[in-house]
Each structure stands twice: as structure tokens, then as C-alpha cells.
Ligand binder design. Structure first.
Ligand SMILES: *Cc1c(COP(=O)(O)O)cnc(C)c1O
Length: 369
């Protein structure tokens, strides 16, 4: 019986397992658990991978967003805009620093923030003084419409933070996450395109002052000082063992990304059908297919049929943030973000990981048809 999981993290172990185990043993023998070379080296290598000057590792992708907002001085009394179709972490980071949140609907074709709706929103406000930042999300592995978002943000003096938790190595017009706005945040949750063996995250930046501030915030307000704390910070460090694992895996990321893209192309070919909406790639863009998401107005039946045939799928995300109990207090109701609500009811994420086999893809294709 054929069985296809939604993702398979053990398929890539063979390639990296021995190197990683050797390195972990070395770190344990040296009792090197916090800080040290592995963290510094990974930060440098990941900054380089992103074409950015600085990288600060941290505990996870949610903290990466929160620490960035905090470093930019955003908190109580400020408003930050993001999309309603993202993982809840994007919103939590905003509200956990004490800022107000509001949402901008998405483009139906690409599922990322619609710049026209961002501009409409800003034009509708009596005052934009309290609106300090916007967080576009590079959802499923494709970058948001950064050219237009940057234009609008510059006009209204908004900071832009790119949530790139799903978009390691994605490109738009040859630029990677962070290059348009000067700042992007990443998650290395095990299932992300670059995944640790536990929780981890990072912020990449071009501005030295922001970098120093973020670095301090991750480690109790200090840099290389034991008992002098310049500002009240947090404990959100990147562990040495996770950094070492990420360094080894980073060497394979380009190859794994190419495999994801090839798998997506194969899906596109076998799923040619009027009733299925396949992912659309922006012009001059590299979609890195963290998720391969199709749409069907008969999703429930399709998902059930696949499940009956042992094919696991996912929905990213079934409940938009403005309709989540946690954000009830904002007073939004059904119909307020129509594109997000429509796509939430239709999207279906198919199995995707670099080493997924052609037979598995064919089996999925056959069952969808
Ligand atoms: C995974 C994810 C996060 C949060 O990352 P964690 O490492 O799990 O905290 C934030 N934003 C998006 C879009 C994500 O997919």
C-alpha cells in the first residue's frame, strides 16, 4: 500500500547525519553549549547566503520578529500592519511587544500582501502618525510584492520587516529576503526549508546599529560582557548545537531548494486541470516551495479522498487571523478580508520535501485526477 506523508524529515538524514553527529559529539566533549565559534560562523555564513551584512541568531522565528520590532523601538501606542493569512506567530510578535495590529488583505493570485490594498488602507486613515511598520510575509516560499510595498512604505515613512520564515533563498528580481527592506526574519523550525533539530531563528540586517541592538536584546542586554547589561533584554540565544547543525545543513540548502522547485514543476505538469488552481510564480521570481499549495472549490472532498488513499495534506491556514478567538477583541467579522477568507476555504498543501519520489508524486496526481 502506498502511503505519502505530508513531509518527511528523515529522508535528508543520510546526507548530513554522520557530519552532524560528529560535530555534536565534539561540542558535548568540549561542553560548548552556548555561544562560541559555531554560532559566530553560522551567523556569518547565513548573512552571506542572504546577501546581507549582519545576521543575529536567536531562539526561534517568532522571537526573531519580536526582537526586531523591539530593536526598532516599536511598542505601545504604535500600529503594525500585516496580512491575515499567515501563521499566528507574525501577529503574536506584534501584539506581544504591546503594539496594535491591523490587517491588509492579499492578492488572490499570489497569496501575499496586496500593495494596492496597503495604499488604500493608508489613504483611508485620518492620521498615519501611529502606523510605524508593515510586515509582509513571503508565504509558502514566494516573496511578497516588495518593489511596490517599499515604494508605499517610503512614502508613508513606515519600516518594513520581511517575515521570511518560509522563504530561505527565495528571490524577486535577483534580490533575496532582506535585500529590499534591509531586514528579514527567519525560522529554522525543523520543517522549514532550512531546519534545525529543535527550535532556532535568525534576523538578517544591513544596519549596524539595529544589529547591535538586536544582538543585545537576544542576550540579556549585553554583548561579550558578563555582568554589564546596557538595556533590559531577553534570553533568546541560538544554541551552539543548533548553530552547528544549521551550518552543516546550509551547505545543502541550494541543492534542496532546486529539488523542491523540480518537484513543484512536476506537480504543475501532472495537475494540469481546469478545476485545480496551481501556484502562480511572479515574474522574475524564484519560489522556493516551502509548501506546494493548490486551490479547489471542492477542497473538503478532495482532502478526504486523498486521506482515504493514505496521502497526507495540510491547510495553511484554515482560520484567518482576524477570525481567530485570540484576535476577537479587534472586532472583525466574516467578510472583512474577502480574498483571505476565500482562499482559506480553498487552499490545500500537497506533500512536499526535497527527496519526495516521482512515484509518490504520480500516485498523488493520479488520486487528485
Ligand atoms: C514558522 C513561522 C513563524 C514562526 O517561527 P517559529 O520558529 O516557529 O517561532 C513565523 N512566521 C511564519 C510565516 C512562519 O511560517
Amino acid at each position: 500500500m502506498t502511503e505519502v506523508p505530508f513531509m518527511n524529515l528523515s529522508d535528508c538524514y543520510e546526507e548530513v547525519h554522520d557530519d552532524i553527529m560528529k560535530k555534536i559529539n565534539e561540542l558535548i566533549d568540549n561542553t560548548r553549549f552556548i555561544g562560541g565559534d559555531e554560532v559566530d560562523f553560522f551567523e556569518n555564513e547565513f548573512a552571506e547566503y542572504c546577501n546581507m551584512t549582519y545576521c543575529a541568531g536567536c531562539a526561534n522565528g517568532t522571537d526573531a520578529l519580536m526582537l526586531t520590532l523591539s530593536a526598532l523601538g516599536i511598542g505601545e501606542g504604535d500600529t503594525v500592519l500585516t496580512v491575515p493569512n499567515t501563521f499566528v506567530a507574525t501577529a503574536e510578535a506584534i501584539t506581544n511587544v504591546g503594539a496594535d495590529i491591523d490587517f491588509i488583505d492579499i492578492s488572490e493570485q499570489y497569496y501575499t500582501m496586496d500593495p494596492d490594498k496597503l495604499e488604500d488602507y493608508l489613504k483611508r486613515q485620518n492620521s498615519v502618525d501611529n502606523i510605524k511598520a508593515v510586515i509582509p510575509v513571503h508565504l509558502y516560499g514566494q516573496m511578497a510584492d516588495m518593489e511596490k510595498i517599499m515604494e508605499i512604505a517610503d512614502k508613508y515613512d513606515l519600516k518594513v520587516i520581511e517575515d521570511a520564515a518560509q522563504a530561505h533563498g527565495a528571490e524577486l528580481n535577483g534580490k533575496r529576503p532582506g535585500e529590499y527592506s534591509g531586514i528579514a526574519t527567519f525560522s529554522f523550525y525543523p520543517g522549514k526549508n532550512l531546519g534545525a533539530w529543535g527550535d532556532a531563528g535568525a534576523i538578517v540586517m544591513d544596519n549596524e546599529k539595529t544589529y547591535k541592538k538586536v544582538q543585545r536584546l537576544t542576550d540579556h542586554g549585553r554583548i561579550n560582557e558578563k555582568y554589564t547589561h546596557q538595556i533590559p533584554g531577553y534570553n533568546s540565544r541560538l544554541d551552539s548545537i543548533q548553530a552547528a547543525i544549521l551550518r552543516i545543513k546550509l551547505k545543502y540548502l541550494e541543492k534542496w531548494t532546486k529539488e523542491r522547485i523540480k518537484n513543484a514543476e512536476y506537480y504543475n505538469k501532472i495537475l494540469e486541470d481546469k478545476k485545480i488552481v496551481r501556484p502562480k510564480i511572479k515574474e522574475n521570481a524564484q519560489h522556493v516551495f516551502h509548501l506546494y499549495v493548490i486551490r479547489s472549490n471542492n477542497r473538503k472532498r478532495l482532502q478526504q479522498k486523498l486521506s482515504n488513499n493514505n496521502i497526507s495534506t495540510g491547510i495553511h491556514y484554515p482560520i484567518p487571523l482576524h477570525l481567530q478567538p485570540a484576535y476577537n477583541y479587534l472586532g472583525y467579522k466574516k467578510g472583512d478580508f474577502p480574498i483571505t477568507e476565500k482562499t482559506c476555504n480553498e487552499v490545500l498543501s500537497l506533500p512536499m520535501w526535497p527527496e519526495i519520489k516521482k512515484e509518490q508524486l504520480n500516485y498523488i496526481g493520479k488520486n487528485i485526477k
